[in-house]
Design a protein around this ligand. Sequence first.
Ligand SMILES: Cc1cc2nc3c(=O)[nH]c(=O)nc-3n(C[C@H](O)[C@H](O)[C@H](O)COP(=O)(O)O)c2cc1C
Length: 164
Amino acid sequence: MSAIFERISIRKYEKKSVSDEMIKKIIEAGCAAPSAGNQQPWQFYVVKNNEILEKLSHVHQWAGPVAEADFAIVPCYKNEGLWAQEFAHVDMAACTENMLLEITELGLGAVWIGIAPDEARTKLVNDILSLPKDLSSFAIIPVGYPAESHAQESRYDEARIHFI
Ligand SMILES: Cc1cc2nc3c(=O)[nH]c(=O)nc-3n(C[C@H](O)[C@H](O)[C@H](O)COP(=O)(O)O)c2cc1C
């Protein structure tokens, strides 16, 4: 799959709108992720409102790209009542990576802005989005047409592989 080897973090975006059809494809890719016991803990908040994007861009010092994006997806998860609650973050990481790969496949750019498991960041984002109590934010994914590019560097390192 070429998107795996083409995906890079994109933090600068063109001032051009992404279609709702593309947004749906990105979220469909997120929903195709594996999850513990197939519990699919996810919900997706799609933020197009510039004031909210601006607020999200200040939740920590590395969240700046959110203010520049056409929109952001905030993948959220059920924080209670799951069959395997302790695996929720792992499920959400798989879901987030799937979306980043689809974003690459569509010729768009994005970056994973880390929120969970940091509790202070999580609360800030939950409050900005007025999430219900049983939902928590996992990450912020600002998305847009890329205004920067470079080739992905190979990180393959034989010294890290151990055959037994
Ligand atoms: C859990 C996680 C949290 C991250 N948080 C941020 C962030 O807050 N801000 C940011 O600009 N990049 C963030 N990144 C992106 C990484 O900096 C980036 O993936 C890494 O430098 C490798 O570069 P690449 O994505 O271009 O391969 C995060 C990535 C992960 C997986």
